[in-house]
Design a protein around this ligand. Structure first.
Ligand code: KG4
Ligand code: ZN
Length: 323
């Protein structure tokens, strides 16, 4: 039996969780900073780091108490080290390093993107191989996982990430931050055929969403007030989800893999899930809503399935290394 404590502070959620054998969530605790950053219309890194610093120890203790786990029961302490905001990552990593040293438990350095994919192992019996669509605020990638730890990137966005496109379009529509959930909620009230927005024509498995965002802006500029906000949201969402589903299922077919996995914040999107379930010839896995967006249970799962002990001088990184 392996029990990992996970710690996550890569952006605007302070999170800790305890997971058994990479599958069973014994506890998960999360303090969202969304209300704090809403007044600024987006995440302010310095404000986020200060808030993480205030709360990280309490969140970790709360997660351990809720799981009824003592430090000596832990197999290791897993912490996100990147990609993310350097200032916020350092808060979680410093806490994890201190506990690793004080409790004499190995420190496991976890990649945030791999952790999003590993959220799919929680409460399921999913095993590789599979094709994963990773759609977060900063990344959009189609990845072929042949084993737990080896993921080959088949394609990625050339400009904005899918989540970023949601956030930017939501701002144009006056829906505030974070934009993804707001568009997800409003779109069912609109007509997805009302406006024809481009999917972004890029060869292979790559994506481009900046043209779509510009097309929405141009349309808004020539429309009269009041804007048909629900129709715009529904038409934008239809264009994004159509291309995400099309390219992922192309990869699934070409590689003849038997499972498709969705990961990252945008995997919480109901229209994206609906299209996949409707169109995929193979089973589609997605984490439950609360495990799609940033959380620490996925970090503990990643430590179990693909982690190895790191030295106590391990650092953080803001961007993914080029592949
Ligand atoms: O994975 P995540 O929590 O953080 C990053 O690692 O970036 O993803 C956050 C992104 C944001 O852009 C947010 O707007 C988007 O995921 N998101 C959604 C939904 N929930 C969160 N996008 C569409 N529909 C949703 N329900
Ligand atoms: Zn994330």
């Amino acid at each position: 039996m392996a029990i990992y404590l996970g710690v996550e502070t890569s952006c605007d959620e302070t999170a800790a969780a305890v997971v058994r054998d990479g599958r069973e969530v014994l506890s998960t605790r999360l303090l969202s900073q969304i209300p704090l950053h809403q007044q600024f219309g987006g995440v302010v890194p310095e404000v986020a780091a200060r808030k993480h610093l205030e709360t990280i120890n309490l969140i970790i203790q709360d997660a351990l108490d809720a799981a009824k786990i003592q430090p000596e029961d832990l197999t290791g302490i897993a912490c996100t080290v990147g990609p993310g905001l350097v200032g916020t990552l350092l808060i979680g990593l410093s806490a994890a390093k201190a506990l690793s040293w004080a409790w004499d438990r190995p420190l496991i350095a976890v990649d945030h993107l791999l952790a999003h994919v590993c959220a799919n192992y929680l409460d399921t019996d999913l095993e590789p191989p599979f094709v994963a669509l990773l759609v977060s605020g900063g990344h959009t990638q189609i990845i072929h996982f042949e084993s737990y730890s080896v993921g080959r990137i088949l394609g990625q966005t050339r400009d904005d990430a899918a989540g970023e496109a949601y956030d930017k379009v939501a701002r144009l529509l006056g829906l505030g931050y974070p934009g993804g959930p707001a568009i997800d909620r409003l779109a069912p009230e609109g007509d997805p055929q009302a406006f024809k927005f481009p999917e972004g024509v890029v060869p292979g498995y790559d994506f481009s969403f900046s043209g779509l965002k510009t097309a929405v802006k141009r349309t808004i500029d020539r429309l009269e007030q009041p804007l048909p906000v629900a129709d715009l949201a529904a038409s934008f969402q239809d264009a994004v989800t159509r291309v995400l589903v099309k390219k992922t299922l192309q990869a699934q077919k070409e590689l003849a893999v038997k499972r498709v996995v969705l990961a990252g914040g945008v995997a919480a999107n109901r229209e994206l899930r609906r299209k996949f379930e409707q169109q995929s010839p193979v089973p589609v896995f997605f984490p439950k809503m609360s495990l799609c967006t940033d959380n620490a249970a996925m970090v503990a799962a990643a430590a179990h399935f693909c982690g190895s002990a790191a030295a106590l001088d391990v650092g953080v990184y803001s961007r993914q290394a080029r592949q």
